[in-house]
Design a protein around this ligand. Structure first.
Ligand SMILES: Cc1cc2nc3c(=O)[nH]c(=O)nc-3n(C[C@H](O)[C@H](O)[C@H](O)COP(=O)(O)O)c2cc1C
Length: 172
């Protein structure tokens, strides 16, 4: 499938079958995360793969997991992320988000469903998964096979380009 078509068809999956994600597909997902671009190529991302029943139970204490069989907690190491010299703006969140998007789009290309979860308690995640203080969990991607009983939404509710794109200056 054409890449744009994959992006158009992807949607947030919040109901999954019980089918586990095969090791081969997990490896492809992790490779997609590995090749993601990061500021100054610092690669501050740290990924925690959670697929055991015990791990997924622990995750439920911090976030809605939608009973997906696989979660990848995408963290960023603030000691490794690039800081913009003029104002010390930290690239950590951007880098981790790009990694998450790579995971999400690779999942879509493998016909896996996923949903990006930001609504989690970071302190609980840190405590449950022994994450040191300099490492920040930025996003959790829940992944699995979409439950066919809940079909993809008919259309994407997106703003037209005229509302989000300007040429040559803001608002023009
Ligand atoms: C940064 C970010 C955070 C999100 N956090 C959550 C979340 O905590 N829970 C959730 O159910 N969906 C979450 N989503 C999914 C969005 O709600 C969803 O992508 C958006 O409504 C567009 O729908 P679509 O993914 O089906 O195209 C998040 C998405 C992004 C990009």
């Amino acid at each position: 499938m054409d890449f744009l078509e994959i992006m158009r068809k992807r949607y947030s999956v919040r109901q999954y079958t019980g089918r586990k994600v095969e090791r081969e597909n997990l490896e492809k997902l992790l490779e997609a995360a590995r090749v993601a671009p990061t500021a100054a190529n610092r690669q501050p991302q740290r990924l925690i793969v959670v697929e055991s029943a015990a791990g997924l139970e622990k995750l439920k204490r911090a976030a809605k997991t939608f009973d997906a069989p696989l979660a990848i907690i995408v963290c960023a190491d603030h000691d490794e992320s690039w800081k913009r010299p003029c104002d010390r703006q930290d690239s950590a969140y951007v880098d981790a988000s790009i990694v998450t998007d790579h995971l999400m789009l690779e999942a879509a290309s493998l016909e896996l469903g996923s949903v990006w979860v930001m609504n989690f308690n970071p302190e609980t995640v840190k405590a449950e998964f022994n994450i040191p203080s300099r490492i920040e969990p930025v996003s959790i991607l829940m992944i699995g096979y979409p439950d066919a009983k809940n079909p993809a939404p008919e259309k994407k509710n997106r703003k037209p380009l005229s509302e989000t794109v300007a040429y040559e200056g803001y608002g023009k």
